[in-house]
Design a protein around this ligand. Structure first.
Ligand code: CP
Ligand code: NVA
Length: 310
């Protein structure tokens, strides 16, 4: 199988064209339905995983996912020393490309993952940086498609912090033609540049991207998505954020204002009692564990698209 994606690195989610999303979702479905057919597609290939921040889902889904394709994942714990400290990001990338076939990196600074991508000859996948979480977005939009079928014109409302998860999600959802609404307090919205990028995708797909400070904007939502109010790296602001985001908690009242059938989504880990109540996350509308499962299938499709097989 040849590489099917027209770019080397997956860093934001903006790399994907609508046609590439369709083809990635077709392979995600195949990987999910017939895992046996892909047992040795990455045989003899190695992926290095560099993680500066903690992880459950991303680490486990990449490690198990790569093993299921017959490849080898090497986990490198970078929690005590940032990439680029002991030696330059350039030299780091130039070493790694001699040994491995792809790099998966979870970093604080987005520039570090960009640097690895610029300097390494092998594909680099962003496994979450301060600014983007593109693997999460792939699993999320795939999970939405599983539940809703066609996504064009469906309303996806992200409630909370305009963070890394929000950034990649809005870009990918706009790419597939959804009407994306970001709802949160003033001063915590997505970056202007990300907004522009997502809107340029929406112009092509016929979707839209809008902002609101009013929680009632969940009205008509096919899905309501939230994430932590305080992301990894912003812990010193946690108390202030709990105060500012309080009115944006996704609880039964808020879900009742959406639509009777609105799905609930969260990338996890969830802070129960903060951004979401038990009642909502444990309800039949919640698809959070589908999202978590689909991380593995979507990432495997991505790796095959970037690396090819054999
Ligand atoms: N959603 C997600 O990326 O989870 P982890 O931080 O546990 O990897
Ligand atoms: N926005 C969260 C996502 C965790 C998966 C964070 O960056 O901590």
């Amino acid at each position: 199988m040849k590489r099917t994606l027209g770019f080397k690195d997956y860093l934001t989610a903006a790399e994907l064209t609508p046609a590439e999303v369709t083809s990635l979702f077709a392979s995600t479905t195949a990987l999910k339905k017939e895992p046996g057919a892909f047992r040795s597609v990455l045989a003899g290939r190695s992926v290095v995983m560099l993680f500066e921040k903690p992880s459950l889902r991303t680490r486990v889904t990449f490690e198990i996912g790569i093993a299921r394709l017959g490849g080898h994942a090497l986990f490198y714990d970078h929690s005590r020393e940032r990439i680029g400290e002991r030696e330059s990001v350039h030299d780091y990338a130039k070493n790694l490309e001699r040994w491995c076939d792809a790099i998966v990196a979870r970093t604080f600074s987005h520039e570090v993952v960009e640097g690895l991508a610029r300097h390494a000859r092998v594909p680099v996948v962003n496994a979450l940086s301060d600014d983007f979480h593109p693997c999460q977005a792939l699993a999320d939009v795939f999970s939405l498609r599983e539940r809703l079928g066609g996504l064009k014109g469906k309303r996806l409302v992200f409630v909370g912090d305009g963070n890394n998860v929000c950034a990649s999600l809005m870009i990918l959802a706009a790419t597939v033609g959804m009407d994306v609404v970001i709802v949160g307090p003033e001063g915590y919205g997505p970056d202007e540049s990300v907004l522009r990028l997502a809107r340029s995708k929406a112009t092509i797909s016929g979707g839209s991207v809008s902002l609101s400070h009013d929680p009632s904007a969940v009205r008509g939502a096919a899905a309501v998505y939230t994430d932590a109010w305080t992301s990894m790296g912003w812990e010193s602001e946690a108390q202030e954020r709990r105060r500012v985001f309080g009115p944006y908690q996704v609880n039964a009242d808020l879900m009742a204002r959406a639509s009777d059938s609105a799905l609930f989504m969260h990338c996890l880990p969830a802070h129960r009692g903060e951004e979401v109540t038990d009642e909502v996350i444990d309800s039949p509308r919640s698809i959070v564990f589908d999202q978590a499962e689909n991380r593995m299938h979507a990432q495997n499709a991505l790796l095959l698209g970037l690396m090819g097989s054999g």
